[in-house]
Structure formats: structure tokens, C-alpha cells
Design a protein around this ligand. Structure first.
Ligand code: SF4
Length: 340
């Protein structure tokens, strides 16, 4: 089977209806509106490129949590999914956090509720709980600490207990378990529908087409898929690996937005992904129009149930305390270095 080079740097938001002048005008209006409100715009690297372009900071969950924790802005416009905006609010109780489009949820985070977690704890000896940051505030409140894909191994290792519960992502959970075989992880059955869309067959097809390429996978992929990769890493680790590695061909087993960003930032390299494109539709709801209206109309303010607030915030602060990923660690990823 012959597959054409999968180029994903076509921004799906530029659908032909909007001219470059419209886009520039919207970007200028957003900048002015953000300045007036002393607002900061944070964008996940899976966002549309035009949204990444108007952000003050672009990054993955860990980088964005750190920017959210350190900002002096009065308002945070979070261009990511709901749990990320919640994390920003938990780290900034007094600030206004806005999510430009409230439809932007994470199906993986929605796979576990607080009650599901409590049942899972009972089934598994009430072991300490590490929850992936891709979880609701209610689930974080019932957990001992949270983690990101960058620091999950470090967080789990920090526990003296031999047995832990890991929720909700089984792809990342199995990855962590393989790095730390001396501990027993009880792994919840959640998964990322976007990363699970990639199959071993897709990887074989791409390897045949690009036999020299380095295959890189996000641990949210099915373990059968990341086991086929040459390198497994979080979003920031993938970006840094591709940027630094001397080879010039890469097959990326992760979300299209990351691939599009790397294709633009590292245009001298061949960076492809599988087909059909692994695209998270939830990440693409934010557009320049709703970013602007959220700032000017103070739309979609993120609030957190007071029953969960303090305990959920504590799990995030604990992550920063027990890992080398402390908020002020200068070695941590600051987002794409050629951010525009
Ligand atoms: S890519 Fe997966 S984990 Fe990330 S927001 Fe989309 S569904 Fe959730």
C-alpha cells in the first residue's frame, strides 16, 4: 500500500473562509483586549497553529501548569481542555480563568469519576493513588498526588509503598509499570481515544515507507504501539528529542498539533505521523473568534466545587514538591523555542 507523505502543517482552522487579513486583525484585537485586562494566554501544543501564535506561552500540561502557577496576570485564558483550565484555577484561586470554548473536554479524564475512583480503591487495598493530571478536580481531590507524562515515573518512584493505584490512563500506567517493575501498579482502564487510534499496522506501514526514520511514541498510545517505537516520551520530551537528534526523519505517534508545530519549527527535517491523522477534536474547539469573545465578554469562567478545591490543589502542589519538576526548576521545558 502506498501512502503519501503525511503533511499536517495545514492548520485545520484555516478553512478558506477566513482571509489572512481577517486573521491578522483578530490577532491584533486579541492582543489589545488581553493587554487591557492584564490577561495571559496559555495554549497547549495540540491547539490550532493560529491559536498557538497568539499565546504568551505554548507547552504541554506540565509547562502550562508552571506558567499558570507563576503568572502575575489577573486573567488566564486557557486554550487547552477543561482539566487544564481547572488546574490553572487550582493553582490560582484568586485569578479569573477562562476557557474559550466549554465543549473542550478530555474524554480520557471523563472516563473516571470520583465514585469510580473510590470503588477502584476498595478493590485494590486502598493503596495510595497517583492520578494523571488528565483528571477532574473531583478525582484529584480523592488522590494522593498527581503527575504528568513527563514526571510520572519520578512521582511513582517517590512512594515508599510497594503497591499503588494509577488512574486513569492505562497506556501511561503500563509504561510507568515497565520502568518500575519492583512496584505493583493497579492501573485503571482509561485511555486516550486519539492516541489509541494509532494501530501497530499503521506503524508498520510508515516504517516501510520511511525505513530510516526514528519512531517516537507518546506513552498515551496503546502499549502494543509504543513497544514498536525507538523512543517513548511525553510531549516536551518528543519535541526536544526531535529538535536535538542528528537524524532527519521521524515518525511521530502522537497528536497532529504537536506534529504540525514541529513541522513548522523544524522545516529542514522530515516529520510525519500515521494516517488517518491522530487528531484530538476536543483540542480544536478554540478559535481566534472565541478566544477574543472570552476575553472581551468574560465568557466561560472556570469555577471549582468548593468541596474539592483544597484537596485537589494539594495533589498538584505535592507533585511540584516531590519531583524535580518544581515550579522554579530552570531545566524544565519552556515550550517551543521558536514560538511566534
Ligand atoms: S489528546 Fe487524548 S488525553 Fe489529550 S485531551 Fe485529547 S482525548 Fe484527552
Amino acid at each position: 500500500m502506498v501512502i503519501e507523505l503525511v503533511k499536517t502543517n495545514q492548520d485545520p482552522s484555516l478553512n478558506g473562509k477566513k482571509t489572512l487579513r481577517d486573521t491578522d486583525s483578530l490577532k491584533n484585537q486579541i492582543k489589545e483586549a488581553a493587554k487591557k485586562r492584564n490577561a495571559i494566554i496559555l495554549a497547549h501544543i495540540y491547539q490550532r497553529l493560529e491559536v498557538q501564535d497568539i499565546a504568551d506561552h505554548v507547552g504541554d500540561s506540565l509547562a502550562l501548569s508552571r506558567f499558570a502557577a507563576k503568572t502575575d496576570a489577573d486573567v488566564i485564558i486557557f486554550c487547552g481542555v477543561h482539566f487544564m483550565a481547572e488546574t490553572a484555577k487550582l493553582l490560582n484561586p484568586k485569578k479569573t480563568v477562562l476557557l474559550p470554548d466549554l465543549q473542550s473536554g478530555c474524554p480520557m479524564a471523563d472516563m473516571i469519576s470520583k465514585d469510580d475512583l473510590n470503588d477502584f480503591k476498595q478493590e485494590n487495598n486502598n493503596a495510595p493513588v497517583v492520578c494523571y493530571i488528565n483528571s477532574s478536580a473531583a478525582v484529584k481531590a480523592e488522590s494522593d498526588v498527581c503527575c504528568t507524562s513527563t514526571n510520572a515515573v519520578e512521582v511513582v518512584k517517590s512512594f515508599s509503598a510497594d503497591e499503588l493505584i494509577f488512574v486513569p490512563d492505562k497506556g501511561l500506567g503500563v509504561w510507568v509499570q515497565e520502568q518500575i517493575p519492583n512496584k505493583k501498579l493497579h492501573i485503571y482502564d482509561g485511555f486516550c481515544p486519539t492516541h489509541y487510534q494509532i494501530t501497530p499496522k499503521d506503524v508498520f506501514i510508515m516504517r516501510e515507507k520511511y525505513p530510516e526514520a526514528v519512531v517516537i511514541a507518546h506513552p498515551e498510545c496503546d502499549p502494543e504501539v509504543w513497544r514498536l517505537a525507538d523512543f517513548v516520551g511525553s510531549t516536551s520530551q518528543i519535541y526536544k528529542f526531535v529538535d536535538k537528534y542528528e537524524k532527519n526523519q521521524f515518525i511521530i505517534l502522537s497528536e497532529q498539533g504537536l506534529v504540525a508545530r514541529m513541522q513548522r519549527d523544524m522545516a529542514h527535517k522530515t516529520i510525519v505521523t500515521t494516517f488517518p491523522l491522530p487528531l484530538c477534536p476536543n483540542m480544536k474547539y478554540h478559535k481566534l473568534e472565541n478566544v477574543l469573545s472570552s476575553i472581551t465578554e468574560n465568557k466561560n469562567v472556570i469555577e471549582i466545587d468548593s468541596r474539592y478545591f483544597d484537596r485537589a490543589a494539594a495533589t498538584i502542589h505535592k507533585m511540584f514538591e516531590i519531583t524535580e519538576s518544581g515550579i522554579n526548576n530552570k531545566n524544565l521545558w519552556e515550550g517551543p523555542k521558536r514560538a511566534t
